[in-house]
Design a protein around this ligand. Sequence first.
Ligand code: NDP
Length: 322
Amino acid sequence: MQAIQIHSNGGPEVLQMSTLPDPEPGAGEVLIRIEASGVNFIDIYFREGRYPAPLPYTLGQEAAGTIVSVGPEVDGFRAGERVAWCGVAGTYATLAVAPVGQLIKVPEAITTAQAAAAILQGMTAHYLLHATFVPQFGDSVLIHAGAGGTGLLLIQMARRFGAEIITTVSTEEKAALAREAGAHHVLLYTQEDIVARVREITHGEGLPVVYDSVGKSTFEQSLQCLCPRGVLVLFGAASGAVPPFDLIRLSQMGSLYVTRPTLRDYVATREDLEQRAREVFRWVGDGSLKLRIAHTYPLAEAAQAQRELEARATTGKLLLIP
Ligand code: NDP
């Protein structure tokens, strides 16, 4: 099999195409031929070593494909079925082994590439809005990086709650995409005073929630956009990690809350995983959740995909096609 591995941490140049023996599925596992693999920001954190992993390490943790063979003690899955999964390392590859507990069958109504594009970012948007902070009808919410893979899905899903959506993006082109996805107010955070604009939109009140995946460069502004007892959902660090923070400031700024959620904890049970994935796939299948698969790359160009993602040059989803 072919796989994109790293042998050291660093920039995109550390990605190398390797030829490895085909893996064998163990007990409770299946072998899958990957048809599409998602490129996510978390892959960059692993490459850099911000999230440590033993080396050599095969990057990627989101894919969809067809089961080639099943290991012992596997019930309910068979060769030839289409499946999608995330949270298991090693998907920048032509083949992967995954435990059946992580697999979701791909419904007829969607393509394998759509399943790979939706499962990680779709379930992320789903848990953030259905479990981390649930907006009430009419709430104003701020979603940073609204034209990104996760951002475009968050905007569309937040519309289902009847929220007034404020989002931030870096360019006019991205602003148009965020508006198309359903955002009511699109702010250019590279040019505008976000706090002032949010205060203006909310008539001075501030927001009950900010969904912030940008981290270092937006953290302070996100806090300042909140109303008393508001919640900052800090779910990523695309601009870098937030520096250490004195908790007394939460009290001084209005008894604020900060949470740092991660998908793993919101799909920890099979019931949660199935419920979130099935709902996301159903919405993709019935057309009510639009995926923007804006960039596809051959597996060998994984480094280029990561370069563009971290240079803010992408919108929507990036896929590697082995
Ligand atoms: P995106 O497609 O959203 O790409 C990241 C975007 O962040 C860029 O397009 C850019 O949009 C914005 N950005 C702002 N500042 C920077 C910067 N300095 N460098 C790079 N990008 C910047 O990526 P994903 O959808 O894959 O991930 C978005 C975030 O969500 C990541 O932080 C990721 O870790 C997080 N995440 C968290 C999960 C969780 O469970 N906690 C699960 C999934 C994703 P613009 O040009 O408009 O500023």
